[in-house]
Design a protein around this ligand. Sequence first.
Ligand code: KIV
Ligand code: ZN
Length: 511
Amino acid sequence: MSETLIIFDTTLRDGEQSPGASMTRDEKVRIAKALERMRVNVIEAGFPIASPGDFEAVKAVAGQVKGSAVCGLARALDKDIDRAAEALKEAASPRIHTFIATSPIHMERKLRMSPDQVVEQAVRAVKRARRYTDDVEFSPEDAGRSDIDFLCRVIEAVIDAGAGTVNIPDTVGYSLPERFGAVVAKLIEKVPNSDKAVFSVHCHNDLGLAVANSLSAVVNGARQVECTINGLGERAGNASLEEIVMAVRTRQDVFAVDVALDTTQIVHCSRLVSNITGFPVQPNKAIVGANAFAHESGIHQDGVLKSRETYEIMRAEDVGWSANRMVLGKHSGRNAFRARLSELDVVFNSEEDLNAAFARFKDLADKKHEIYDEDLQALVTDTHLLSEHERFKLISMKVCSETGETPTAALTLRMDGEETSATCPGSGPVDAAFRAIESIVESGCNLQLYSVNNITSGTDAQGEVTVRLEKRGRIVNGQGADTDIVIASAQAYIHGLNKMLASTSRTHPQV
Ligand code: KIV
Ligand code: ZN
């Protein structure tokens, strides 16, 4: 039996630090539930002191996730640690993750503190966090550019103070695999009390080496990896969870550890995060890209048909690429609908929510013959979206698009209970629809991103649209899904507007 590699997911914290990836509390809870279902060991839910919205999100995740440890980030400051502890009060397994920078450049120029002061503050922070929970993690920020002897000194001190996990962050993505692995090995060897803590790594992808650096650290003794779904994260992102997990699982001949995750949930989590943040997954992305298991060349296709292992090192179904399974149809009833969604871990808060989702399912089943799991997921996402903070609602829309003519959109919106109509031309039908909405709402938002993905294959598939709206530095993502992509686009835009004007939307937190 090999040891378990602890998978620490920070999509909701470091992932959210990607410009434009801001999430609402409810979106964070949905992602956290999907991570829990995948059996991720630790979920870093946010940075409670960063904003009231982040505090509420960590609190909500702590209240609803019981199968994974829930972690809150805190600088090595009393007020940060107290706030993190407050947010984590309801967690079944709370973890406080505290950090302070240890590289010369950060200590001198950012913190303006001496190395002695940094050690003292790190120890104080760990001790304070231990008042609230036995599960305390410490990170020497910018460890990748820190002096190794100083790192040994800080790490020994924080382990003595009660840190059970010591995380080595390559904050700026500067490290190279062989050297980074050697640093981890050296720290474990030189720190006298290293056996009292789990060594972890947290790698950024500025040189495209986050996964390679993390895996090299695992070979050299790290037993926790911090990573994010789709590699989301600050700047070029973090190490991608799906790549770490599948590398360890696939190369059991190399790694002395294995992961305890349900890997069949990977594709679902990837889609969910992509949909909520509006960050598309590139088709050739390892594991979760649409082409990750597609063979184009004749020689490869022939080989795979004769024996799959000739060109495939993993099975698509092991990461959740199922052949789209038809689960429900036009004649399925409410109970079958509820039962299938509960198998997908979707629980309705009220009968009203269930009825709204079921009504949308019936509408969809009229338009689309075969309803797959992916359709159901988009549909309940949509129901969540609609019920979340609905100030504006699309009542009807008519779009004219004809060769040689300017497209126009005529639509009626309900705004704060009152119906208003508008007709606008545009360079295309989607542009016309957005202009018509804006002529009614006059939000002043800038459209930063517009993306369309098909949920399943075929021309009758639902289109899933994400828009990113910006207003005075605040960024929100809106989503919509429909078999008609112009309607899906209008819904996504309206969803974005509803979020922009709701109190739970917030600006991007700053570390
Ligand atoms: O990149 C980093 O150093 C971090 C720390 C807070 C762990 O995200
Ligand atoms: Zn980071």
